[in-house]
Design a protein around this ligand. Sequence first.
Ligand code: GLC
Length: 442
Amino acid sequence: MPSKHAESSSPRPRGDTSWFVNDRFGMFIHWGLYALPARHEWIKHHEQIPDADYDKYFKHFDPDMYNPDLWAAAASNAGMKYFVITTKHHEGFCLWDSKLTDYKATNTPAGRDLLRPMVDAFRRRNMRVGLYHSLIDWHHPDFVIDDMHSMRNSPDRKKLNAKRVQARYAEYLHGQVREILSQYGKIDILWFDFSYPAGKSGRGANWIGKGREDWKSEALLKLVRELQPQVILDDRLDLPDGWDIKTPEQFQPREWVKVDGKPVVWEACQTFSGSWGYHRDEESWKSVDMLVQMLIDTVSKGGNLLLNVGPTGRGEFDRRALERLDGMGEWMRRHARSIYGCTQAPAEFKAPQDCRLTFNPAKKRLYVHLFAWPFQALHLDGKAFVERVEYAQLLNDASEIRFRKSLTPQARRGPDRHDTLTLTLPVKKPGVTVPVIELFLK
Ligand code: GLC
């Protein structure tokens, strides 16, 4: 089994990922003023909206139907075990009652700290707490305007930057991280987003971006470890180490994510549709089938799935999100043990066509997830199956799946060699999104 995570060259204190690699499935929540324009959380950047115009969303942010118990219930019922909330996104607006800014929910018609009731509600559901915090801030007066900023093309960019002191912004950034890591109890995940230095991620040498020096990332990392030593830290501070998880987003890795050739702890973050923030008119919503398959595919490669909801400006999960969360919960109710505590199967077990394997090492159970339902027979090739499978059942109803050791044509010539275990399947596909066969191993 691959190691839990790459040992960095200079080992630093690491977060506790033991629960993380067991729980596998979490909810991302992107919520801020951008829920009101309702056309992507980068709206201020995309439409280069000046602060004076963007302030209308601050004035009208009134989530009168906000009830985080409903959010936590929807997440928990979907089978999610942790959540990560945007305390502040790139727009600079803060959900909590920060003492370091007036640009916060407390000063909008919401009139209160929105983070505290949320953290409490998810904890009441025994869910772990993760905080996303944007390094980027298109509202702060000391955040130097760069090529990513909403005012990147302003004719006053040079004049405005003459008065901006990035080190003062870094102080603000560290001060707010101290607030959110000190005032909300034990934090399990801290999700910084994101660094974009020149010369990386395809950006040329002339690109004016930001990285570790602009955030004072080394000092920030030290602060994080002082305040919440167990916290799981993502990989977006532009530091070569000190992170606990790699965070591919909006694609399915083809294999276990590696760093320097070594498998690491990883979490893919994905959206239901094409936007992280609430987007009223965006229609590319993934089906429940696709979402369940993405969860299975991720765990089959040793990863976690962080699936995002963008609540509305009224403070609700919209119907499209709730329907998909319900559908995933329906599958998880009977199949969760093929996800929790599972990881990539040992190499000697090869997944058949149109299938994924997950493996629970503690229970010595292998799970075959059938993305397509074959006619009557499923062939599991390889001695490992033949020698180690002692019993098989459909997970949804615990009905036995009988099997026989079958000889492949080549094996017929060998002395009693069996290298295929053939499962006999009912002709009719079970009425579940993705049928799963549970194999009990000797
Ligand atoms: C990308 C998006 C950002 C989102 C993040 C989540 O960086 O630009 O809006 O918060 O992904 O990982």
